[in-house]
Ligand binder design. Structure first.
Ligand SMILES: Cc1cc2nc3c(=O)[nH]c(=O)nc-3n(C[C@H](O)[C@H](O)[C@H](O)COP(=O)(O)O)c2cc1C
Length: 216
C-alpha cells in the first residue's frame, strides 16, 4: 500500500498546509502502519520551469531526432508520473499564492499531463483512486467578503485532480493562516481559531476516509 504525498509550500518550517496534511497522513498511517509514503516537495525542490515546453515539443519530433533537453524532459515526466500512478492514494498540500495556484504545483501538473498516461482526454492512470487536497490561504475569500472570488487556485486544482485525473477527491481548506502574522487581521483572531479547528477536524475525517476506502 502506497500513499503519494506532494507538498507545494515554499517553506519547510511553520507551514500550515503541511500541518493539515500531516493530520491526514497520521490517520492514514494509523490505519496502514506498514504503508509506504512517497514524498514530493515541489515547493522546495521544484520541477525545472523549462521542462514542460521541452516535453511538449518532444511529442512532435521523432524519438531519435529529439534534442538532449527534450529527452531529459520526457524522462523527467515519466519519472514524476511513475511516482504518482504507482500509489494507491494521494495527498496534495498546496497553499494559495498571489491569488492563484502555486507555480510549483502547476509546473509539476503541466509536466505530468505531457505523459500519455495522464494526458487530458484519455482515461488517466489515477482514475477512481482516492485523494485528499489540503489547501490553505492567508486571507479569506468566503462569500460576502471583500475579496470573494479572488481565490483562483482551488477551482483549478479541483478541475485537474477531480475531473481531468479523475481522483475520488476530498478537499480540506483552511483560511486566515496569516492571522497572528499580519496585525491588520488581528480582529479575526477568534474566527481564525474556529476555522483552524474545523479544518483540523475535517483533515482527520478525510484521513480516516482515505484509509477506509483502501481497506474496504
Ligand atoms: C509570496 C506569497 C504570496 C501569497 N499570496 C497570498 C494570496 O494571494 N492570498 C492569500 O490568501 N494568501 C497568500 N499568501 C499567504 C499564504 O497562502 C499563507 O501564508 C499560507 O499559510 C502559506 O502556506 P504554508 O503555511 O503551508 O507555507 C501568500 C504567501 C506568500 C509567501
Amino acid at each position: 500500500m502506497t500513499l503519494f504525498r506532494l507538498d507545494a509550500s515554499i517553506r519547510a518550517e511553520g507551514s500550515h498546509s503541511r500541518a493539515i496534511a500531516d493530520l491526514v497522513e497520521a490517520e492514514w498511517r494509523q490505519a496502514n502502519p506498514a504503508a509506504r509514503i512517497v514524498r514530493r516537495h515541489v515547493g522546495t525542490e521544484p520541477v525545472p520551469a523549462t521542462a514542460w515546453a521541452a516535453a511538449v515539443s518532444a511529442a512532435y519530433v521523432a524519438q531519435d531526432e529529439r534534442t538532449p533537453e527534450q529527452r531529459a524532459a520526457v524522462e523527467l515526466a515519466r519519472q514524476e508520473t511513475d511516482a504518482l500512478v504507482a500509489a494507491d492514494a494521494a495527498l496534495f498540500a498546496v497553499p494559495l499564492y498571489n491569488f492563484g495556484v502555486s507555480q510549483h504545483f502547476k509546473t509539476w501538473v503541466d509536466l505530468i499531463v505531457t505523459d500519455p498516461r495522464m494526458a487530458a482526454g484519455a482515461t488517466p492512470a489515477t482514475a477512481g483512486k482516492p485523494a485528499v487536497l489540503a489547501t490553505v490561504r492567508g486571507g479569506s475569500y468566503a462569500a460576502g467578503t471583500p475579496r470573494e472570488g479572488w481565490d483562483h487556485a482551488t477551482s483549478w486544482m479541483r478541475r485537474i485532480l477531480e475531473d481531468v485525473w479523475q481522483f475520488e477527491l476530498e478537499v480540506v481548506e483552511r483560511e486566515f493562516t496569516l492571522v497572528g502574522v499580519n496585525p491588520a487581521l488581528d480582529q479575526f483572531t477568534e474566527l481564525a481559531d474556529g476555522l483552524r479547528a474545523e479544518a483540523e477536524r475535517v483533515a482527520r475525517e478525510h484521513g480516516r476516509a482515505l484509509a477506509g476506502r483502501l481497506v474496504a
